[in-house]
Each structure stands twice: as structure tokens, then as C-alpha cells.
Design a binder for this molecule. Structure first.
Ligand code: GTP
Ligand code: MG
Length: 1108
């Protein structure tokens, strides 16, 4: 980068009004990086001839080879527009679903976004996702409809058809924004309403809603994309052209003498030119006229392509070139590839960078325009209310809004990710060309050394020595170089991390001391602990989740390169070096301890693909561990963990992401050979209602049972000692010391309930936090919106849990599990035990008289353990309700330690002891008794009592589960595949081979493509994308997105019992049982007992126990 442009950029960084921070968002392959190339070329960083071919911002080797972007990267560009100079901080993001976390990290640092849509493919799944992400972060988008050349060259549409096609695409995009907008208006209106009325007054009474209210008086015109609003550019990034209708309005207003404003309003839409009257009229469609856009814009483009690419008509081309007034080099005119000529002409006539950057500067906000709503959202973590934050924290909102460069302004920086760079790429290690003086100096030094050496060697007089002068002169410098190289190499092995960040307030300077605030930092707590007016330079007591450090190096991010900076003013994107010790993935940096941590990033992708990793040579384990740590830091979405089995596990978002992580580990972070296991597929375990038909669809109960060869499953299943099961499925179990007896029943939850529980994990967590804080005697302040959501969630649960079986179930919920927020319920169906409800936060005040019974927590823990790993293959449960129907305790010889919450002093009251000893501890008077404690016999020979109770509860849950018909649930992907009619059959072939199910198939309008929507088990998905690509010669490439969990219909424990089943499946029933296959796969991997039939002799079978 030249010194001049660096100086320009540094100067521009201070002009906050002229800064635009933006990212490029789109579905995969819609042309983000190609467009970025054109923008980069406009600054002379790469040659414009290479723009579109180089994909400059895809700096990784694998990005270039695969042709997809995997990491978002930033570059700063300057752009003169009229009298102003703008600074554009541009971030290119990946479009592949596997890397959507990189999009989240990019979007957070921006104020605006360029959303690209492929003119042929239109709105695709990722387009919707990125629009939603932009929406969630409150950043403003502008639209580029790219690859218009494909409409001309590939689809061969006429200009009129293309116009209609483009109109449809705009409608599609606007439909997506429309939905986002409407939901927000509704939300805001509801909020206003409830503020007026108080939170719950309207929940009971009837209320008539006027749904249209609010929508009508909210002006939403600026939200929609429309060429006449100036927020749409039509482009072909690869051919280097692009325009908004402003450009054409300018051109034609001169040519035709029509005012620009008139043209701006009419160039897009149902208007036509009445040549006789020399007027622009409305109603092109009804009168069968050519719309203005077709006549003045598309026709010209089409004829240019026709002359240059299709017909290669030299004369016509020359005429056109002359009339457009562009200059084309003779060699371009002669070039054998017509595309060269095309881009030479187009990039002068309608340069895409000009069109896009003008739109960006005019339509996207500067950092000063940040909305106060966005600031509040950034500052209030999770369910907390902005106005419940400490006063000093709330004051910081002003700093955000002012985005000031004053010295007095507090520094606030957000780091959205850490990325690893090669130490060679760091500016301080870059090899600079030597100046003349330095060369002369070195030469002089070398000469002196040589002379000294000669003097030392003078003993042996060599007549030729005079000639060697030239060589000898260079010799020492080679030596010098080689030591330099060695130094570099040792330096190279160290990875450097650079924090990808943005300054929201104040000026960041090198050497500033700052606070680094982790995501869990609580300013309220810190402000209490820290002395008033302290700064990061003072010696301070340690505060949780806060550390102090000095900012070492600041960088300007220039794509592949970094430039060192002394200071970065507010509103800019920057890189910060040397933060790896303080920041894992993201953090907030500030000079004020009152600064809250920013809300966590919205990650759309769920990490689902796990593999276990091992070094090829066991001795290299430490390097692997270190490498995985680095990888964890460098990737926003990858997770690394050590399983209980000691395996090192890597969790990634998908297959492509996995591949990239493994490559990174091998080549960069660990630099050793590693082997990865097959992907570990997650499953869930559940119970279902008793099926009414058997495996051959015969109604159960009506058939004649064959002579019992196989006993039915229930009979086979032997319950261990101490477990009793009654005919209704209630499992009772007594602790080893015979002091407590628990009765549990398992039931399947309705599907809607499971989905609700799953979708509302974060609400449940908030409720859990609230209950915890209540136990500690504090009340957490929850914001109004969250409270409403909880109320709504409760209402929905109630409406789905209807019927006798579920009477009052919602109020009887004891806990959620596993991890206290999962999709399983623990119900308190004990007549005599009233405990504080999990819905406490909705009750306003704590209802008196309900306290927790001792060991309440042990029951919950047992439930958590049982739901965390089920009996089928130790995978988590899902959609199971465990209802506790009996809990008797006998008093004597029990331990009082551990988890009872009301831990007051124990009273060894002989009287009560005696009384309690006579009756089982089930009477109501014993509940919540603060003064009746267990006598202090803490541990009996079976271990602590709480532990026994936890184990008993866990076992009871497991047996109750096993008493019901058990099923596995498989994780499912949805995929959208776009394919032409010829390859459709093959796509179906691959899908059905992999147990996929087609949901929908439709033709994409205006093209010959079909869009197929299908679901596919994750377990069958590995290599799916590759296989589809191969079978369709690269024409179809699916993207897999995790969608939901689905019950595998077959029973893994099934054995044929009826005559028909024998006839159908044979006595051995060895035709494949998908569920059994999955279950045994997991059991084998976990080293659990697997019962397998192994063919020993051709006609005889034996059952062998195998422990593989
Ligand atoms: N015909 C045509 N092809 C284009 C155009 N722009 C980009 N392409 C091609 O589309 C492909 C994808 O381009 P990229 O720029 O890598 O797409 P991307 O959006 O950055 O892709 P990801 O980063 O992987 O999401 C490349 O082969 C480009 O040559 C265009 O305007 N017209
Ligand atoms: Mg890209």
C-alpha cells in the first residue's frame, strides 16, 4: 500500500460523517467476493483487469481452490464523491451456511450492508438468513442484483422478459423484509399497549385487536428496495459493470432534455415514452408499450452484449464504442476472448464500483447515525432491562450516540472475533526494501569485514585473491541473510492473533491501558467493588470477568495485509494485536468499568458435526492439545472439548467447516499429522404412545400369537431387585438404606410441547436464573418483553397440555432437563407437596407458605442425570415427561448435609424424631419445615443420603422410561437443491438412498430449474453434497441446514412375535432395522454392551454378547 493512500485513509478516519462501515452479504456464490474485487480495484490495490478473477479477499489457499469464502475479511477503501472523500470499511463475508457465524461477526461491526442477489437464482435460503441477521442487528441494507449477464447469455431472455424477471426478484426480496418489518411493528405496538395497561391486565379479559393499527401509521417506504429509492444497483460483477437508475437518469436527462427528477421517478415502473407527444406516460403494461426501463436501459445493454459476445460484429462494436465515448485499447479490440473487450467497454461506461460506492455513501448511515434503539440492544445483555443497568452504565449511551473523538470520551471497543495471522504478514516483520543509504552502509561493513579477514589470512599469499573481491564482498551478506532467515523461521512457528474490532467511542491509542470485559462481566457488581473514579491504569482489586491490559499494536485491515497505526478514532473498524491472552473469542474493551459487555452475537448455525481427533503419533499429543486451543480461539463457531472418555472432540457446523478446521489444525495450529474419527452423530432418546399396529401394519391385539419362540419384550426385561412396576407403568424404587421410596412414571410429551420447550430454552434459562436468585433472597430484574414472552410461553404450554392426563400440569412443572433447560419435563404429581412454582417470575410476589422440601434438589439432580443420558445408548432424552407420583421418606439415620436450601441450624428434638420415626415422612406438616431437621447422622454405609436419593431418582426415571415403547430420534437436515430437469432423477436417486424425504418440488419461474426441498437424517448426510455434485456433474449443489429432531419409526428392540411378522421378516428378523443399527453404532462407539447376532454357520444362528 502506498504511503499516500495510507495517509489519506488515516486522515479520513477522523471524519466520522464520511465513514461507512459495511459488509457484503449473500447466499453462497452470488458474487460477493467478485464484487469486492471491483471495489478494491477502484483503489488501485489490484489491477482492474484482474478484478473478478483474483478474488483478492479470499486470501486463504483453500478459499481459492474451493472457490468459496470461509472467513470474513476487511479492507479500507477511499472514494471521492462530489466534493467529499469517503472512507469505506468493507467486510466480505462467506455465504456458505457452515460459515454463517463469520457473517454474525461481520454484521456486528457494521452500520450497513450490501445484500447481493443472483439475478438467476433469486432469493435463496441464505439470502433470507442474512437479511434477518442484518435486521436483528439493526443495520441498513442496500441491494445489488448481480449476474445480470446470465439473463442475457445463459437464459437468453429478451429485455422485456428480463424486466419482468427483475421485478419478481425485487418483490421476493421485499417480501422477506416485509415480514421482518411487520413482526417488529406488531411487537412494538404490543409493547406500547402493555405499557399503558400494565403487564397482565389484559390476559384474562376479552380484547379486540385491530391488527392493522400501527402498520398504517408507520412509514416503511425506506425499508423496501426499489430502484427509484436509489437503493438498488443492477450489476454484473464479473464483467465489471453496474448501474443504479440515477446514472441513466443523468445520461438521458442530457440527451433528451427531461428533468432528472422526472426520470428518477419514471425510469423504473409502469411508464413509457410517448415519442410523438414527447412525454412520459403511465400504463405501459395495459397499452402494450415498452416500459422506459426496457427501452432506455436494458435494450442498450442487450445490444452491446449482442454485438460483442454473441455476434462479434466488429463494425457495430466500433460504432457503439464511439457513441458511448469510451476508449478501448487496440489489443482489447483484437483479443480472442470477447469478454475482455466487453469488460473493457463496460467498466468505463458503467463502472460497477462507482455505482455501488455511490449508493453506499448516499444510502447507508455513518457511524454517527446509530439509532438509540440499537445502542440499548447492544448494551443490555439477555433478559436484562436497560433501565435496570447502573446509572453510570446508562450514561454511556450518550457516548455511543455521540461517537466522539474527544480525548475525554470513554473508549469503547467491541471485538467480534479473533483471527490468526502468519507472523510474516505482521507489518513489523515485513521485509522492507532497503534504502540507498542502507545498502551503501551494508556494503561498507561487508568490505571492512572482508578486509579484516584478508589481513588474517595473509599467511598464504594467493595471487588470485585480487579477483575474488566481488564474490567475497557478497559472501558475508549471504551469511547475514541466512541468519535473518533462521530468525524469521523461529518467529514463524508462532501464531499471532489479531482481534477484529470496531471503536464505538473515543480514540484508541497504542499503549492505552484498558479493561477487557468478558461476556459475563457485570458492571453493577464491579462498580461496587472498584473505587470511585478509578481508571485502568490504577492497581485494582480483581473483579470477575474483567482484566486490564495495554493495547500493543493497532492495525488497519487491508485484506491480506495489515498496516500499523498509532491511533484509531471512533467509528472505525480495526485490528488489535497481542490480545490473545485476554480474549478468547469476543470481548468488550473499554476505559470505563461501567461499560457493560455487548450482547452476544446471534449465531444462526448450530454446531452439530462432531469428530474425535487423535495425533497420528501418540507422542504428539501436547501439540494437538495446543493446536486445538488455538483453533478454538481462531474460529467463532468451532468448539473443542474433552469428553469423559478422554477423547478430544471437535464440534463444527457442517462438513465443509469440519474440513477447514482439520486443515487448519494440520497445517497451521498443530502442524502434525492427525486422524479424525468418523463424524459422531448425535441422537436423542424418547418414548412414544403404544403403537396400535405392528410392523406389518396389522392391528395389535387381533392377531393370533405364534408359539412363543421369542418372548415379548416386556417379559424378557427383568427388573433388578428393589424395583417394582405396577400395571399402569408406575415404577417404584427404594434407596439402598430403605429410607426413601420414589415412584415415577414416564409419558411422551405432545410433539408441539417438545418443540415449544426446545424453542424457548433461553426463556427457561432466565426462569431458572430467577428461581436461583429468589433462593438467594434477591430478585433478578427481568425486562418487560421477556416477561411477556414467558407468559406467552406458559399460555402456549397450557393450550397444548390438555386433557385429563395433563390436568394442571403446567403449574406442576418441577424442573426442565437436561441441564435445567432441555426439552423434558419433571412433574410434581405428589398430592401433598406444594413447592414454589417454576413460574415464580410471573407471580410478582413470592407466594408465602410454599417452601422447598429437603432434598428437593436431589430429585431434580436425579432427573437431570437421567435426562442427560438415556438407557438406550446414553444419549440425551427428548420429549419425555417424568411424573413423580410417590416420594416417601423415613426419618431416622439420615444425613442432613448438602443441598437443602433452607440450611438453618439443626434441632435434635427428641419428640419430633420419635414421631417422625413412626410414620413415613410423607405428611404435609413435614414439608417446608424449617425447624425439623434430620438428625446428624450424615453418612450411612451406603454413602451420603442425598447421593443415594439422586441415584435412586435417576434409576427410577430410567426404568420408567424403559417401561414405555422406546424410540430413537435422529437429527434432520433440510436441504434445498436447485437442479435442472435432466438431473432431477439422479438427485432423487441419491436422496432416497440416504433415507431423505422430499417435501416440495417446484419450478423456479423464468428458468428451467427445479427447486427441491427435502429432509435428510444427519446420520446419512456425510458425503451427500459431494455425491450430488458428482452425480449431476456439478449442476446441483445442496446446502444442508440443521432443522429438527425426528422420531425414527422403527423400534430398536423389536423382535417378530406374530405370524405375519415371521412371514414378512423371517425368524431372524435380520433385514435392516434402522433404529437398531443407529443404536448399536452409538453403543459400540461408547464402549457399551452390544448384543449382536453373528452368523457362525450357514443355517444356524447364535446370539453372542459382544463388548466392542
Ligand atoms: N456470470 C456471472 N458470474 C459471476 C458474476 N459474479 C460472480 N460470478 C461467478 O460466481 C462465482 C462465485 O463468485 P464469488 O464472488 O466467489 O461468490 P461469493 O458470493 O463470494 O461466494 P462465497 O463467498 O463462497 O459465498 C464465481 O465463479 C464467479 O466468477 C457475474 O456477475 N456474472
Ligand atoms: Mg466470497
Amino acid at each position: 500500500m502506498g504511503h499516500k493512500s495510507l495517509a489519506t485513509i488515516i486522515a479520513l478516519q477522523r471524519k466520522t460523517t464520511n465513514i461507512r462501515n459495511l459488509c457484503i452479504l449473500a447466499h453462497v456464490d452470488h458474487g460477493k467476493t467478485t464484487l469486492a474485487d471491483s471495489l478494491v480495484a477502484s483503489n488501485g490495490i489490484i489491477s482492474s483487469r484482474l478484478a473478478g478473477k483474483l478474488r483478492y479477499l479470499d486470501s486463504r489457499e483453500d478459499e481459492q481452490i474451493r472457490g468459496i469464502t470461509m472467513k470474513s475479511s476487511a479492507i479500507s477503501l477511499h472514494f471521492p464523491l462530489g466534493m467529499n472523500e469517503y472512507l469505506i470499511n468493507l467486510i466480505d463475508s462467506p455465504g456458505h451456511v457452515d460459515f454463517s457465524s463469520e457473517v454474525s461477526t461481520a454484521v456486528r461491526l457494521c452500520d450497513g450492508a450490501i445484500v447481493i442477489v443472483d439475478a438467476v437464482e433469486g432469493v435463496c435460503p441464505q439470502t433470507q438468513v442474512v437479511l434477518r441477521q442484518a435486521w436483528l442487528e439493526n443495520i441498513r441494507p442496500v441491494l445489488v442484483i448481480n449476474k445480470i449477464d446470465r439473463l442475457i447469455v445463459e437464459l437468453k431472455l429478451t429485455p422485456q422478459e428480463a424486466y419482468i424477471h427483475l421485478k419478481k426478484i425485487l418483490e421476493q426480496v421485499n417480501a422477506v423484509t416485509g415480514t421482518l418489518f411487520t413482526s417488529k411493528v406488531m411487537e412494538e405496538r404490543a409493547e406500547k399497549e402493555s405499557e399503558k395497561q400494565g403487564p397482565y391486565e389484559n390476559s384474562g379479559g376479552e380484547q379486540i385487536y385491530d391488527w392493522s393499527a400501527g402498520l398504517e401509521d408507520t412509514d416503511d417506504s425506506h425499508l423496501y428496495f426499489s430502484p427509484d429509492q436509489g437503493n438498488v444497483v443492477f450489476a454484473s460483477a464479473i464483467d465489471g459493470w453496474g448501474f443504479s437508475i440515477h446514472q441513466f437518469a443523468q445520461i438521458y436527462s442530457q440527451k433528451m432534455g427531461i428533468r432528472v427528477e422526472v426520470l428518477l421517478k419514471t425510469l423504473w415502473g409502469d411508464f413509457y415514452l410517448n415519442a410523438k407527444a414527447k412525454k412520459i406516460m403511465k400504463g405501459a403494461q395495459s397499452k402494450g408499450k415498452k416500459p422506459l426501463f426496457v427501452q432506455l436501459v436494458l435494450d442498450n445493454l442487450w445490444s452491446l452484449y449482442d454485438a460483442i459476445v454473441m455476434k462479434r460484429d466488429k463494425e457495430k462494436v466500433e460504432k457503439m464504442v464511439a457513441s458511448l465515448g469510451v476508449k478501448v485499447a487496440a489489443r482489447d479490440l483484437r483479443h480472442s476472448d470477447p469478454k475482455v473487450l466487453l469488460s473493457a467497454v463496460c467498466s468505463q461506461w458503467l463502472p460497477v464500483s462507482q455505482a455501488v460506492l455511490t449508493m453506499v455513501c448516499e444510502k447507508l448511515p455513518s457511524p454517527l447515525d446509530v439509532a438509540s434503539e440499537r445502542v440499548e440492544k447492544l448494551m443490555s445483555v439477555g433478559a436484562r432491562r436497560f433501565d435496570s443497568l447502573p446509572e453510570r452504565t446508562q450514561e454511556l449511551k450518550k457516548a455511543f450516540l455521540e461517537c466522539s473523538n474527544e480525548d475525554a470520551a470513554p473508549v469503547i471497543v467491541f471485538v467480534s472475533k479473533m483471527f490468526a495471522v502468519d507472523s510474516k504478514a505482521l507489518p513489523q516483520n515485513k521485509q522492507r526494501p532497503l534504502t540507498q543509504e542502507e545498502i551503501a552502509q551494508r556494503r561498507e561493513l561487508a568490505r571492512q569485514r572482508h578486509a579484516e579477514r584478508l589481513a588474517a589470512n595473509q599467511v598464504s599469499e594467493n595471487p588470485e585473491s585480487a579477483h575474488t573481491g566481488g564474490i567475497a564482498e557478497t559472501a558475508p551478506s549471504i551469511g547475514e541473510n541466512s541468519t535473518g532467515v533462521i530468525e524469521l523461521q523461529t518467529e514463524e512457528s508462532k501464531e499471532h492473533f489479531v482481534a477484529f474490532a470496531r471503536v464505538y467511542s473515543g480514540v484508541v491509542r497504542r499503549g492505552t491501558k484498558v479493561f477487557v470485559l468478558g461476556p459475563k462481566y457485570d458492571p453493577a457488581q464491579a462498580l461496587k467493588m472498584l473505587p470511585e473514579g478509578c481508571s485502568s491504569a490504577d492497581a485494582l482489586p480483581s473483579v470477575p470477568h474483567m482484566s486490564c491490559c495495554t493495547l500493543d499494536s493497532l492495525y488497519l485491515l487491508m485484506g491480506r495485509e495489515l498496516e500499523e497505526l498509532e491511533e484509531v478514532p471512533s467509528g472505525n473498524v480495526l485490528g488489535i494485536g497481542g490480545m490473545e491472552e485476554w480474549i478468547l473469542k469476543s470481548a468488550t474493551i473499554s476505559t470505563s468499568p461501567a461499560c457493560p459487555p455487548f450482547t452476544p452475537l446471534n449465531f444462526e448455525a448450530t454446531p452439530i458435526v462432531r469428530v474425535a481427533i487423535e495425533p497420528k503419533h501418540p507422542s504428539e499429543m501436547p501439540r494437538l492439545v495446543k493446536g486445538m486451543k488455538l483453533l478454538n480461539q481462531a474460529d467463532p463457531c468451532a468448539e473443542v472439548l474433552i469428553q469423559e472418555t478422554g477423547e478430544h472432540v471437535l464440534v463444527t457446523a457442517g462438513e465443509v467447516h469440519l474440513q477447514r478446521c482439520l486443515d487448519d489444525l494440520r497445517e497451521r495450529f498443530a502442524q502434525i499429522e492427525i486422524s479424525a474419527s468418523k463424524p459422531i452423530i448425535p441422537f436423542r432418546e424418547t418414548v412414544i404412545r403404544r403403537p396400535k399396529v405392528d410392523m406389518v401394519n396389522e392391528e395389535l391385539g387381533k392377531q393370533q400369537k405364534v408359539a412363543v419362540i421369542h418372548q415379548s419384550k416386556e417379559e424378557q426385561y427383568k427388573y433388578p431387585e428393589g424395583v417394582q412396576v405396577d400395571s399402569s407403568g408406575l415404577v417404584t424404587l427404594t434407596t439402598p438404606n430403605k429410607m426413601a421410596t420414589i415412584g415415577v412414571r414416564a409419558m411422551p410429551l405432545p410433539e408441539e410441547v417438545t418443540q415449544l420447550l426446545e424453542a424457548n430454552g433461553s426463556l427457561i434459562r432466565t426462569m431458572e436464573q430467577f428461581s436461583l436468585s429468589m433462593k438467594e433472597g434477591k430478585a433478578l430484574e427481568i425486562n418487560q418483553r421477556t416477561l411477556e414472552s414467558i407468559q406467552d410461553f406458559k399460555g402456549k404450554l397450557e393450550s397444548h397440555l390438555q386433557g385429563r392426563k395433563w390436568r394442571d400440569a403446567v403449574n406442576r412443572i418441577w424442573s426442565f432437563g437436561p441441564r435445567r433447560c432441555g426439552p423434558n419435563l419433571l412433574l410434581n404429581n405428589l398430592e401433598s407437596y406444594q413447592r414454589p412454582s417454576v413460574w415464580q417470575c410471573l407471580e410478582g410476589e413470592r407466594v408465602p407458605g410454599t417452601a422447598l422440601r429437603d432434598f428437593d434438589n436431589s430429585i431434580i439432580s436425579g432427573f437431570q442425570l437421567a435426562t442427560l443420558s438415556g438407557p438406550m445408548c446414553e444419549e440425551p432424552l427428548m420429549g419425555v415427561c417424568l411424573s413423580v407420583e410417590r416420594w416417601d421418606m423415613k426419618l431416622p439415620s439420615l444425613g442432613s448435609h448438602q443441598d437443602s436450601m433452607d440450611g438453618e441450624e439443626k434441632v435434635s428434638d427428641g419428640d419430633s424424631k420419635q414421631k417422625a420415626a413412626q410414620e413415613p415422612w410423607g405428611a404435609a406438616e413435614a414439608y417446608g419445615s424449617h425447624n425439623k431437621r434430620w438428625p446428624d447422622v450424615s453418612v450411612d454405609c451406603y454413602g451420603p443420603f442425598s447421593g443415594q436419593l439422586i441415584a435412586a431418582m435417576k434409576e427410577a426415571c430410567r426404568h420408567a422410561f424403559q417401561h414405555q415403547p422406546q424410540r430413537l430420534m435422529a437429527a434432520m437436515y433440510t436441504c434445498e437443491i436447485m437442479a435442472t430437469a435432466e438431473v432431477l432423477g439422479r438427485v432423487y436417486g441419491v436422496l432416497s438412498k440416504r433415507e431423505g424425504r422430499i417435501l416440495q418440488e417446484e419450478m423456479k419461474e423464468g428458468t428451467d430449474m427445479f427447486i427441491i426441498k427435502a429432509v435428510l437424517p444427519v446420520a446419512e448426510s456425510f458425503g451427500f453434497a459431494d455425491e450430488i455434485r458428482k452425480r449431476t456433474s456439478g449442476l446441483a449443489s445442496p446446502q444442508l441446514v440443521f432443522s429438527h429432531w425426528e422420531v425414527v419409526s422403527s423400534d430398536p428392540f423389536w423382535v417378530p412375535t406374530t405370524e405375519e411378522e415371521y412371514l414378512h421378516f423371517g425368524e431372524k428378523a435380520d433385514s435392516s432395522n434402522q433404529a437398531l443399527k443407529y443404536m448399536n453404532g452409538v453403543r459400540k462407539r461408547k464402549g457399551l454392551y452390544v448384543e449382536e447376532k453373528i452368523v457362525e454357520h450357514a443355517e444356524k444362528q447364535r446370539t453372542l454378547g459382544k463388548n466392542k
